[in-house]
Design a binder for this molecule. Structure first.
Ligand code: HPA
Length: 271
């Protein structure tokens, strides 16, 4: 696996002139930030050796290298989801590669269902912590000590300083943001009313089908992490007739995306 990761990193290095220090993973309907990057080199996933290919609607599937807010960045427009059939090693492969490209900071975004009754559709939530509810663990198997330790401490995964900066930027820009715990589970089904209730009892504020695997691997490698969810639907166990569609998730994410982009751009400038 390590050989494949390095091979892919070497391929990408041969295509770019400057190495990125910040990586951004853009979630469902949130790809717009990629268009704000200047001096871009875009490389489609299908043209990258050893990369899985994204299949889901709304995920265009390319790496965008370039400049954003004065920093060298790489954005993933489209990510790999466990529900698509990939194993966790494949889902997290790009984050492994980013480590060998010199990336020190990871920004993750996603569309999520709101569990906290105070949350509304279209809210932004800064992720303060997560619950890993996936059935497979990305670090299971042989540990590569040059990547990270066997038993990573998970007490401080989401960078406290970045959270403060993001809150300040949001306040200054009169953008209201929530903070909360994200629970990641396999999908592709959305939750039953009873499952939403269970996740709320667990202590989660939002639920989705991504982010946790990439964050675990990034943390394993010592990256500093910032995460943000767009609440695309309110998951009310008391109101199970409100159905959620993938189109709705993408539409809401797309309409909130400019606000999220503003916060992320501001944060990158201060990194
Ligand atoms: N559940 C799981 N994933 C999601 C949801 C949800 O309600 N909304 C957007 N992604």
């Amino acid at each position: 696996m390590l050989k494949k990761i390095k091979q892919t990193a070497d391929f990408l290095k041969s295509r770019i002139t400057v190495e990125p220090e910040v990586a951004i993973i853009l979630g469902s309907g949130l790809g717009g930030l990629g268009n704000k990057i200047s001096d871009t080199v875009k490389i489609k996933y299908q043209d990258i050796p050893n990369f899985p290919v994204s299949t889901v609607e709304g995920h265009s599937g390319q790496l965008v290298f370039g400049k954003l807010a004065g920093k060298n960045v790489v954005a993933m427009q489209g990510r790999f989801h466990f529900y698509e059939g990939y194993g966790m090693k494949e889902v997290t492969f790009p984050v492994r590669v980013m480590h060998f490209l010199g990336v020190k900071n990871l920004i993750v975004s996603n569309a999520a269902g709101g569990l906290n009754p105070k949350f509304n559709q279209g809210d932004l939530m800064i992720i303060t912590d997560h619950i890993n509810f996936f059935p497979e663990h990305p670090l299971r198997g042989k540990n590569f000590d040059e990547l990270g330790t066997r038993f990573p401490d998970m007490s401080k995964v989401y960078n406290a300083e970045y959270i403060k900066i993001a809150e300040r930027i949001a306040n200054n820009g009169r953008i209201s943001v929530r903070k909360g715990v994200y629970i990641g589970s396999s999908g592709p089904t959305l939750e039953t009313p009873s499952e939403y209730k269970m996740f709320r009892i667990f202590g989660a504020d939002a639920t989705g089908m991504s982010t946790v695997p990439e964050v675990i691997v990034a943390h394993h490698q010592g990256m500093k992490i910032f995460g943000m969810s767009v609440i695309t639907n309110e998951s009310e166990p008391e109101n199970p007739n409100e159905e959620t569609t993938h189109e709705e998730v993408q539409d809401v994410a797309g309409s909130v995306e400019p606000k999220m982009t503003k916060i992320i751009e501001g944060l990158i400038a201060e990194m």
